[in-house]
Design a protein around this ligand. Structure first.
Ligand code: BGC
Length: 769
């Protein structure tokens, strides 16, 4: 069915007086039978208002400019199902006591927060963890974060963000796994496992997969902007990691802010009911993004609050985050017969089931006496340091500029991020410095990490330079307490540059730490340019001219325009925002205690004008390196500066002996691809074997390459491992725009294996009818 028809159908359904959600049994695994029975019994005792109350998530605080008053009375009246934005465990318990003791049916509140990359121990940002190409990095980090969150009274996290991001201008690229649906799916599953465990239980933290769906395709990379994505692109790319998370047992989803093909995601029946529930069989519940139900009026989609509540609930949205639109309108809609109480019951049920399975009825309170010890566990910091160094990507290493010698005596650390605690931790942290509940973690900066590594005999000096600032402050700036300084005057710039150059001239090695401040990526943090902001590039050029070896360490939430550095600076290490122990982890890599093995989860653009840029595009004309078409632009090479999947090591790897167990299979068949990977270097290191395919012809044009398998492996010098990957229905199928179905077509397929998306080791697979 065409999208337009589905849209028409969804309008038709929405206009019916009462809509029934189709009952599907596919995600039966989500809730226990006990939870189902108890939830059904409880529902029978609930008044209409109490049911509506469960569909309301109220603001627990006071976020600058956003918070509402204390929700005490509303809770006592059964009007609150969930609270968000409350990180103080004492306050969490106080509110829970009201729910358990004063509300008629004693239904516990589920407390939600954005535990995105750690709690007090802050892990690398999600884009960094995806750069590890090791799903166990995500799983381990999120498991620890889940233990921390649960101990601190938070049972629901608004993560994973699985939005595909093909445009680095979009600030929220930092919160996801990059541009690829296959890698993104692996990272999504790992996060579901890490937070929820094998099944929802008393130790789980419920995930909320967001932002459903298509949010990353915002026009021009501008956050919150409209999205136009045809159904085939939704199915083949944008929805893929969402489906993977759902299949892994994700218990809740969050609807996105924007319009998808002119229908706001929060009131989009096609997304929330046709795809999520009917096609996939999802049985959990859907939360709106913040204020998004009320915003249906702003979108010009709903007439008023009542219409917004009607459109959202009939589209399939269970819970209203913070706008109170359900609280004010749903009961009336039921009383007026516009929404049936049976339908409302179906919306409430999964929320109650979740609360039972999470053990909230038996254990509604956090143990305040234990929280601090749990959040400060030293093993958390040890894990953080390990995962951070696993997430870094070595982009350039000319003449083996890295690793550095530990007997160096004089190092100049240059740049505003060199000693910045906020930037080490990145944007979404609960008790990190840069957060609403912040200040309780102890981040190690890169300056400190280098000093820790070299000890007191080495002279490590810092020339910071001015911290770059956004032209328009972001709302996250309000939490950091950082007041953007006015841009430096020409005299101040000259002074900083002279100081940086002098420090470089006096040092054995320069470590330039540059990039973006943490508030320059994330929500409402899109950019029109990808330059190194402020005077950083000028400082970099100045220190490079001093003639000493320069190492550039990047801290940033998106690929940046580093064309100058990529030509003139011998070594570049992408550290992203590496987390609480980030400085020590960077030093581990710089001084060779850890051999970097991360790979890019995004194609690295040369400049903002190259965006959107992604490796898995279709070929619509001759390739850009064909003789007459040397580039798609006449003023710049169309290819990325570094390709998707790219990253160096202090070792070197050889890929050989690519073989298929069967060179020809039928459409339902499977072949096994094997490839040998050898460490040809002199030190142990990690390789990431990557498998790509291309379907040469069929009833739709297929991407020039698609990742269909990967594995990160550790190899000793001289060691060879043989890796095997299946290629069968799951890998070969695609959603066909002509038949509107998932199909495997008879065709010839190219198969490549190697170190990145430009791998040349090639084989062929024939798929016959
Ligand atoms: C963001 C979500 C986040 C929510 C709650 C929204 O503005 O888009 O990603 O989970 O706020 O903090």
């Amino acid at each position: 069915m065409r999208l337009t028809k589905l849209y028409a159908l969804s309008l038709l359904l929405a206009s019916m007086a009462a809509v029934t959600i189709p009952s599907v049994g596919a995600q039966d695994r989500l809730f226990s039978n006990e939870a189902k029975q108890k939830a059904e019994a409880l529902l029978k005792q609930m008044t209409l208002d109490e049911k509506v109350g469960q569909l309301n998530e109220s603001s627990g605080i006071v976020m600058p400019g956003l918070g509402s008053g204390k929700p005490d009375d509303l809770i006592a009246n059964g009007g609150v199902g969930s609270i968000l934005w409350q990180m103080d465990v004492k306050e969490i318990n106080r509110l829970q006591h009201i729910a358990m003791e004063k509300s008629r049916l004693h239904i516990p509140i589920i407390f939600g927060f954005d535990v995105i990359h750690g709690y007090r121990t802050v892990f690398p940002v999600p884009l960094a963890m995806a750069s590890s190409w090791d799903p166990s990095v995500e799983e381990q980090a999120q498991h620890l974060a889940a233990e921390d969150a649960r101990a601190a009274g938070i049972q629901w996290t608004f993560t994973p963000m699985v939005d595909i991001a093909r445009d680095a201008r979009w600030g929220r690229i930092v919160e996801g796994a990059g541009e690829d649906p296959f890698l993104g799916s692996a990272m999504a599953r790992a996060q579901v496992r890490g937070f929820q465990g094998a099944k929802l239980g008393p130790n789980s933290v419920l995930v909320c997969v967001k932002h459903f769906a298509g949010y990353g395709a915002a026009e021009g990379g501008r956050d919150y902007d409209s999205v136009y994505v045809p159904e085939e692109l939704m199915e083949n790319v944008y929805l893929v990691p969402f489906h993977a998370a759902e299949e892994a047992g994700a218990g809740s989803f969050m609807s996105a802010y924007m319009d998808l093909n002119e229908v706001p995601a929060t009131g989009n029946h096609w997304l929330l009911t046709d795809v999520l529930r009917k096609e996939w069989g999802f049985q959990g519940f859907v939360l709106s993004d913040a204020f998004a139900v009320g915003s249906l009026v702003t979108h010009g989609y709903a007439r008023d609050g009542e219409d917004a509540a009607y459109k959202a609930i009939t589209a399939g949205l269970n819970m209203d985050m913070a706008s109170l639109t359900y609280s004010h309108n749903l009961a009336k809609l039921v009383k007026d017969g516009k929404v049936s109480e049976k339908y409302l019951d179906e919306m409430v049920l999964p929320i109650l089931e979740t609360k039972y399975d999470l053990g909230l009825f038996e254990h509604p309170y956090a143990d305040e006496s234990k929280v601090d010890a749990i959040l400060s566990r030293p093993e958390g910091l040890v894990l953080e340091r390990k995962l951070a160094s696993r997430s870094m990507v070595l982009l350039r290493n000319d003449n083996r500029a890295l690793p550095l010698s530990k007997s160096l005596k004089k190092i100049a650390v240059i740049g505003p991020l060199g000693d910045s605690k906020q930037e080490i931790e990145g944007g979404w942290t609960v008790e990190g410095l840069f957060s609403p509940g912040g200040g309780k973690s102890h981040p190690v900066t890169i300056l400190a990490g280098i000093k820790n590594k070299l000890g007191p005999d080495a002279q490590v000096t810092l020339v910071a330079g001015p911290m770059p600032a956004r032209l328009y402050p972001g709302f996250m700036d309000a939490f950091s307490g950082r007041k953007p300084a006015p841009p430096p005057s020409p005299e101040e710039i000259a002074d900083w540059i002279a100081k940086a150059k002098a420090a470089a001239a006096d040092a054995d090695v320069v470590v330039a730490v540059m990039g973006e401040t943490a508030s320059m990526s994330g929500e409402a943090a899109s950019r029109s340019s990808l330059d190194l902001p402020g005077i950083q590039e000028q400082m970099l050029e100045a220190v490079t001219s001093a003639g000493k070896p320069v190492i550039l360490v990047l801290e940033n939430g998106r690929p940046l325009d580093i064309r100058w550095a990529a030509e003139h600076v011998p070594a570049i290490l992408e550290a992203w925002y590496p987390g609480t122990e980030g400085g020590d982890a960077v030093a581990d890599v710089l001084f060779g205690d850890v051999n970097p093995g991360g790979k890019l989860p995004v194609s690295w653009p040369r400049t903002a004008g190259s965006e959107p840029l992604y490796y898995n595009h279709t070929l619509t004309h001759e390739p850009e390196d064909a003789p007459r078409f040397t580039s798609r632009y006449w003023d710049i090479n169309s290819k990325p500066l570094f390709p998707f999947g790219y990253g160096l090591s202090y070792s070197a790897f050889k890929f050989a002996n690519l073989q298929l167990s069967k060179a020809s299979i039928g459409v339902g068949g499977t072949t096994e691809v094997s490839v040998d990977v050898t460490n040809t270097g002199s030190v142990a290191g990690d390789a990431v074997a990557q498998l790509y395919i291309h379907q040469r012809y069929g009833s739709a044009s297929r991407p020039v390459r698609q990742l269909k398998g990967f594995e990160r492996i550790a190899l000793q010098p001289g060691e060879t491992k043989t890796l095997k990957f299946p290629l069968g229905k799951d890998e070969l199928q695609y959603w066909n725009p002509q038949t509107k179905q998932w199909i495997v077509e008879p065709s010839d397929f190219d198969v490549w294996a190697g170190e990145d998306s430009t791998a040349s080791l090639h084989a062929e697979l024939k798929v016959t009818q």
